[in-house]
Design a protein around this ligand. Structure first.
Ligand code: V47
Length: 371
């Protein structure tokens, strides 16, 4: 029987990896490369799904959330970003605190059961420590029941520099005014040579990890991301994933890993194209298999589109993100998905992928199981 099953595996390079997965042995850098190089997509899916179900059974998570982006004015120079504007440029905007609260009030009405607001924006040249802190304070004071997941590691460093404070002090102050967790943005690709080309002025991979680990030590949970499908190689992806695995071994503070599919429109990455379905699914599966110490892998439907995100639930993902409502970063770069998905649609996508939809809060507390 075993032989019959093994004969279904077309890529014989996967044999030793399958054995390791089955016996709970940690995969190596070379294993990661073999998995990415494999075209045995059904087996990658089977393995990814096996690893996901070992962690989460048939449960697949979503949440009722909104994104708010207080400004697109940014001194950053990331070549993959189509969202950023210079101060005074056509389309540049900055929201007042009153406007942010008004948006949130409207979104809360449209999204009954809203539990999370995701707030990230640009590195605004004129905003100081106080401006960034006051946004969090005002949102928390007006909406005490909504979890605030805000500010990427890059923004936290910028805020700290603006306030001439340490990362530790900045995180402490943010927690004091109501920050609940940190999103994964800014991970991009850790490998120095690639990072220098796609985001030369951004914090390094080491700094990104250090800021997340510091946040974890202060009791905050965070997410991690990897931007894939631009100029990076499989080696760079595996390097990125293993560095995350190492950091997670140290603190255990990451909740979810989110592979972000690169969108090329209006970006400055020469020759870049959209990612393909096979590469997206492969990346979900390999991420699930390498990140054995992450509880969750998110198939972010905004970037994968609802169809690939749904299939990803059979390839190792156990989370599809949320209702979202407003999303600007991917839209600026040529998103093919929309920016709002009703809860009923998220539930249908998950059910028809053969999984049990679970409405969660940001920290993965179960709100409702739709069995
Ligand atoms: O860091 C920028 C990416 C990220 C493009 O933590 C692009 O729950 C594709 O991190 N094509 C921000 N991606 C978004 C993000 C995120 C989103 C949803 C949930 C969570 C979470 C985090 O967006 C940036 C960058 O890697 N990005 N430009 C682009 N052209």
């Amino acid at each position: 029987m075993e032989e019959v099953i093994l004969s279904l595996v077309k890529d014989k390079n996967l044999f030793s990896i399958i054995e390791k997965i089955f016996y709970n042995k940690r995969l190596t850098f070379e294993d990661g490369i073999k998995l990415f190089n494999s075209f045995d997509l059904p087996i990658l899916g089977l393995l990814g799904n096996y690893a996901a179900e070992k962690k989460n059974g048939k449960l697949a998570y979503f949440n009722v959330n909104v994104h708010i982006t207080p400004t697109n004015i940014c001194i950053g120079t990331c070549k993959f970003c189509a969202f950023r504007k210079k101060k005074g440029e056509d389309g540049a905007y900055e929201l007042t605190i009153e406007k942010i609260l008004e948006k949130l009030r409207n979104y809360k009405e449209q999204n009954p059961g809203l539990t999370e607001v995701h707030i990230v924006g640009g590195l605004h040249p004129d905003w100081g420590y106080t401006e960034y802190i006051e946004i969090i304070r005002a949102v928390k004071e007006s909406f005490p029941d909504i979890h605030i997941k805000a500010y990427t590691a890059e923004e936290i460093k910028y805020i700290a520099e603006k306030g001439r404070k340490s990362i530790e002090e900045t995180i402490k102050d943010l927690i004091e005014v109501g920050l609940g967790s940190i999103p994964g943005g800014g991970g991009e690709i850790f490998k120095k040579e690639v990072r220098k080309k796609i985001c030369p002025d951004k914090i390094s991979g080491e700094e990104y990890l250090k800021i997340h680990k510091t946040a974890h030590r202060f009791g905050l949970k965070s997410n991690a991301t990897m931007l894939f499908g631009h100029i990076e190689s499989y080696k760079d992806r595996v390097d990125h994933l293993l560095k995350l695995r190492e950091a997670q071994d140290e603190t255990g503070g990451f909740q979810t890993f989110i592979p972000l599919a690169f969108h090329p429109l209006n970006t400055k990455i020469p020759g870049a194209t959209y990612t393909t379905g096979v590469d997206e699914l492969k990346t979900i599966a390999v991420s699930r298999l390498l990140l054995d110490n992450f509880s969750h892998i998110k198939a972010y439907w905004i970037m994968l589109g609802e169809k690939v995100a749904q299939i990803a639930l059979q390839f190792g993902a156990d989370d599809i993100d949320g209702t979202v409502t407003e999303e600007d970063i991917t839209q600026a770069a040529g998103a093919k998905a929309g920016e709002y998905m009703p809860k009923s649609r998220l539930i249908k996508l998950i059910k028809e992928a053969g999984k049990i939809p679970v409405e969660r809060d940001t920290l993965y507390n179960v709100i409702k199981i739709y069995d």
